[in-house]
Design a protein around this ligand. Structure first.
Ligand code: FES
Length: 141
């Protein structure tokens, strides 16, 4: 059995430069490690909206991660959602055939009922060049 407070090595400090992210898998979880101004943060890599990989999106200098799928934003330092997803296609797009417009409107309506959750975060330890995270968060619920 794993100890509650065990930290597992998931990568190296010099693999993730400032302003970059890295996808890792540990104990069946998909996690994104973010380097925000030289400090490391970890949160679930699957978007709290519809499961896209956040590590394939963008990260700002302040550590705001934008999902590549519908543009929801999360603060990598807290895991909190800071912007809702965008559900409708941009007005600047070429007009789509009517059947596609109808479909996208329908999909947009369905998506409007989907709640976007904050991301679970994980504690990160730096030991020399090793990046370690703790995945057991002692959930009480
Ligand atoms: S899956 Fe991330 S914003 Fe929709």
């Amino acid at each position: 059995m794993m100890e509650e407070d065990q930290f597992l090595e998931v990568g190296k400090v010099d693999e993730i430069s400032i302003g970059k992210m890295k996808h890792v898998q540990v104990q069946g979880k998909e996690i994104v490690i973010c380097n925000v101004g030289g400090k490391f943060y970890a949160m679930d890599d699957r978007c709290g909206h519809m499961n896209a990989r956040l590590s394939m999106g963008n990260i700002s200098n302040e550590g705001i991660v934008t999902c590549p799928f519908h543009g929801a934003r999360f603060d990598a330092t807290t895991g909190k959602k800071v912007k809702e997803p965008v559900l409708m296609p941009s007005q600047e797009m070429e007009p789509l055939p009517k059947t596609w417009q109808n479909y996208l409107e329908y999909a947009g309506e369905l998506m409007s009922y989907i709640k976007t959750y904050d991301q679970q975060i994980y504690e990160v330890h730096v030991e020399g060049n090793a990046l370690k995270i703790r995945t057991n968060n002692n959930k009480s619920d």
